[in-house]
Unconditional design. Structure first.
Lengths: 216, 369
């Protein structure tokens, strides 16, 4: 397989979401001396962005999106390790702590957002589901995070996003971290009400929002 | 002589117009309890449910004159269990957790699955599914003995295909499985299909008129999986189940439930033999459009919003919605009006009354609205 073919196949297999093949291709890319940073920026990211676009246009559905995100992550890990080994660090766009709020165990949307953010170059700490205020705040302090991203999928757990923001204020941390919120019942109106810095309706827009918040 | 509920439903299911639009409703357990307290005198002496395990018919069905009674069986009965414990494990090994919420009418509970018995890929090899022979059929027998002549009886064997995969593997994993782990997905779904098919046979033998299948395939505005994935992974199993059930008794009707937007696969559901589509959620699909486009080939069940109108609307809003649904969905028969889900705990009593009163006011055939 030529270098050009590897690159093309890497892109195609993220699109089709073949986990095993994408992983193999990433390993092959490394052994063939393809620059891992170039592989991420020129093949993985454009492929996953196209997946996001297709999802928006109803050409792709949740299973397709999740499969592609998993395939992309498998290659991303390999390339990031390689970059790390070479002593260089991939330039981080910013540090993000992300999680689904307390009382809520919905993970899909949050995980897709986390995958897209790390593909784009953010340093993402995913705290998982059912995350309480202390866990969010401790991680923000520990990682010196720039952005806190909170997901909530239930009308009854949505208010907890506001609880965490209030807690940030109490501890004098509100000015140090940008807060973005999302989840099916969440709206811009809710985000404004609880004093979040931004809201995104889908994963692709969430990445754009994070970039925008970092530029502020 | 007035038509019985059973006759009324049979005529409606044949896409003809009975004397009035048949109706039915269900309530979340907490609302069910509140209403049973509120109408304690009125329901005295009415034969209702005898066991708390199943969420099927109660005295309220008889009091409110519902045309169809539900008998709930199978994997979905894990969703609600009458227990004081915060968590519980059902016969499938699924661990459920009760999540409380507050409403003006008191505290209610939803449940979430917190442990999926087949989450690990290898777990299926040593997994022993429950035995359908252990389901308590005396409940169905009793209800049918008391009400089977008068009422249309619906046996619920829902959540038996993709939903079962979700319950057993987890939602995230199940969505991956159906595109990337197909053999395992087939194996688990087939296991559940076998179980629920046996249960369906038992219910047919007891004398139900309708069997209700369900798989939530719709998000609010988009299918959860592509139509192609549905056609490859889920549809053949639904077709097999429905074919076998109708082979057992050719007069059996089959209902199918999916919340949300599922328009791209309604033709597929008709093709595999679904007779009655529930709930035609108005937030996701326009019931009038669905009636126009598919109504000669499939009957519609529900259409009255439990997400917006019933809990948050005024009495007048409820009346308007019921009237509009009857105007657009009832002509020609093939329509069973109902709330799109269990009536929720935060629904004002006046709105529940308005739902019934409006059906009485506008639901007489022929419809002239």
């Amino acid at each position: 397989m030529s270098i050009d073919e590897i690159k093309k196949e890497l892109y195609n297999n993220v699109l089709s979401g073949d986990f095993e093949l994408t992983k193999e291709l990433a390993e092959k890319a490394i052994s063939e001396g393809i620059d891992p940073l170039e592989a991420i920026n020129s093949y993985l990211i454009p492929a996953i962005e196209l997946v996001g676009e297709k999802f928006g246009k109803r050409e792709y559905f949740l299973p397709d999106l999740m499969r592609s995100a998993n395939a992309m992550k498998s290659a991303l890990n390999i390339f990031e390790n390689e970059i790390h080994k070479s002593g260089v660090e991939r330039k981080s766009l910013g540090k993000i702590v992300i999680g689904t709020v307390k009382g809520d165990i919905h993970e899909i949307g949050k995980s897709i957002v986390a995958a897209l953010l790390s593909a784009k170059g953010f340093d993402v700490t995913d705290l998982g589901i059912d995350v309480d205020s202390d866990a969010f705040i401790n991680n923000i302090i520990e990682k010196n995070a720039n952005i806190l991203a909170m997901s909530a999928l239930l009308p009854i757990t949505m208010p907890y996003q506001g609880v965490v923001i209030e807690e940030l204020k109490k501890r004098g941390l509100r000015e140090k971290v940008r807060v973005m919120v999302g989840g099916a019942p969440v709206t811009q109106e809710h985000a404004d009400k609880i004093g979040a810095d931004g809201y995104a309706d889908n994963a692709v827009d969430a990445v754009k929002l994070a970039e925008k918040l970092m530029a502020k | 002589m007035e038509m019985t509920s059973k006759e009324r439903m049979q005529i409606a299911m044949d896409h003809k117009e009975p004397d009035r639009v048949p109706y039915q409703a269900t309530f979340v357990p907490e609302m069910d309890k509140l209403l049973r307290q509120k109408y304690a005198k009125e329901i005295e002496g009415i034969k209702g449910k005898t066991t708390e395990k199943y969420q099927g018919m109660t005295e309220l069905d008889i009091l409110f004159g519902h045309d169809m009674l539900l008998l709930t069986y199978g994997i979905s009965t894990g969703y609600y269990r009458d227990t004081l414990d915060e968590t519980y494990v059902d016969e499938w090994g699924i661990k459920w957790k009760k999540i409380p919420y507050k409403t003006p009418n008191g505290i209610g509970y939803y449940t979430e699955i917190i442990e999926f018995p087949l989450a690990n890929d290898d777990a299926i090899n040593s997994y022993i599914p429950p035995n359908p022979d252990n389901e308590d059929m005396s409940y169905a027998e009793e209800v049918i003995k008391y009400y089977g002549k008068e009422k249309y009886i619906c046996g619920i064997i829902d959540c038996s295909v993709f939903e079962a995969l979700k319950y057993l593997r987890g939602i995230t994993q199940s969505l991956i499985d159906i595109v990337a782990n197909k053999d395992l997905a087939h194996k688990i779904m087939d296991m559940s299909v076998d179980y629920h098919l046996k249960l369906g046979y038992k219910l047919i033998e007891r004398g139900v008129d309708l069997l209700w299948l369900a798989d939530d395939l719709g998000g609010e505005h988009k299918l959860l999986m592509s139509p192609e994935t549905f056609r490859e992974m889920v549809k053949p199993k639904l077709g097999y189940m429905i074919g076998q059930l109708k082979k057992k008794n050719k007069n059996i009707k089959v209902a199918f439930h999916s919340d949300g937007y599922i328009e791209p696969i309604i033709d597929d559901l008709i093709e595999v033999g679904v007779d009655l589509l529930n709930p035609v959620q108005p937030e996701s699909m326009d019931p009038a459009f669905i009636k126009k486009r598919y109504g000669s080939r499939i009957s519609l069940w529900a259409t009255v919003s439990t997400q917006k109108t019933l809990p948050f609307g005024t009495v007048q809003d409820v009346e308007n919605e019921v009237k509009e649904r009857i105007r657009t969905c009832a002509p020609g028969g093939g329509f069973l009006i109902a709330p799109t889900h269990n009536i929720q705990l935060d629904t004002p009593f006046e709105n529940i009354e308005a739902f019934y009163n409006s059906i009485k006011k506008y639901g007489k055939y022929p419809i002239n609205l």
